[in-house]
Design a protein around this ligand. Sequence first.
Ligand code: BES
Ligand code: ZN
Ligand code: ZN
Length: 485
Amino acid sequence: MELTLISSPAAALDAEAVVVLESEGSKRADLEKPLAAFYDSGEITGKFLDFALFHGVEGYKARRVLVAGAGKPDKFDAAALRKLAGGAVRFLKGKVTAIAFALDAAADSAEYVAAVAEGALLGNWEPDRLKTGKEKEESKPIASVTIAVAKPDTERTAALERGRAIAEAANLTRDISVEPPNLLQPTALADHARRMCEAAGLSFDVLDRDRMRQLGMGALLGVAQGSAEPPALIIMRYQPADALPGVHLGFVGKGVTFDTGGISIKPAEGMEKMKYDMAGGAAVIGAMQAIARLKPRVAVTGIVPAVENMPGGRAQRPGDIVTSLSGKTIEVLNTDAEGRLILADALAYARQLGCTHLVDTATLTGAVVVALGHVSSGVWTNNDPLLQRWMEAAKQAGERMWHMPLDDDYREQLKTVYADIANIGGRWGGACTAAMFLKEFVDETPWVHVDVAGTAWLDDAKPFMAKGPTGAPLASFVTLALNWK
Ligand code: BES
Ligand code: ZN
Ligand code: ZN
């Protein structure tokens, strides 16, 4: 999709459709007269995500005017505008291919330009790579979006590029996440990362099974051994010339390309969804692409442990005890709690590589979905300053996060007499005991854990986003790195 920033009033925009904003309750000052009449008649409500399309509106150069409901003015912000832009794109898709967004005086800022660029690109994405025929043709994407502001200065131009880089990276994450498990095994995931790194100018490395054995990654290897597909540990490095001294961010994402549960096998119903158990890993791959383009002043290493969790003849059993890279032994009481096993080794490895601050993300537990639904990601930490940075980045990025507890008391549930730690903690507080398990492997390194099991995937389409992978929490990763000063 082409994105352009220009200076023009809404009425003068030359596009197949021009999108104007209208808020609820109070008319925006610059709504043109012919449209004001529709507001009075109730056809334009201004309610958030309420769209009204008009043809041949007097005074407008464009053939169509889409009035996008911006909601109550006190609730309007960049996150709302991002959704509105996505909603407008999805409303107009299939009808036209070239649209223009008129940002009025109230929404004319760099932050809002970024929001429109990002929202439009995200709204344009469809999970239909493998569809053929008529249905696909009907969902023809929007080819060009023009954003009109009063003055397209350098700040707004840079914001457009930021929105573009983040959304294009999120769409890469979504492309990878939606791939079916027969086409995306650990090796294929590593190939995606390799291609991204080559194109973006990042250094890339991948550890194979032999290398993992030499290093002693017994936890990761234990999960991988039930599958005929070999595991891969993906490493992507961004090292700017003017890097801030003493800081090296490590972003770690769970890359389980399919989670059957292993010998502790999952029920058949809904198991197909476990193809998105690598969404955290895909978010790290996407984040590294955006970081390579936006060039923050901080060194970042992205790490994705990739495995397929299968119940093959060589699969690990409940009761197995593995020795992790950190040296700690783990009793595997449930082979379906595999994400924490591969992350344990990946986090320990990130520390060996010299990362000073760690953020991991994973579709780790069903329990976080019980706790927070599909609205917020769960966040745990051992370090308040890093948590603060993360929450601030997430807020800017428009991704909802909720800080969850990590008191030492949760450690009790992971006790076992046979090893240093068990990989499950019983029925209650499952998302918290999973986080507690990970904490064991980061030691004193400042760390934030983000469970996206409820937020990385939409079961139903939203007006502004297709069904399927969302890209979360990529935008927060990128914003965290960009904000580091
Ligand atoms: N991949 C799942 C978690 C998950 C559940 C992700 C639902 C997305 C949607 C994870 O590996 C898992 O199976 N976790 C178990 C842990 C349990 C065995 C302690 C769970 O949540 O049931
Ligand atoms: Zn599992
Ligand atoms: Zn899993």
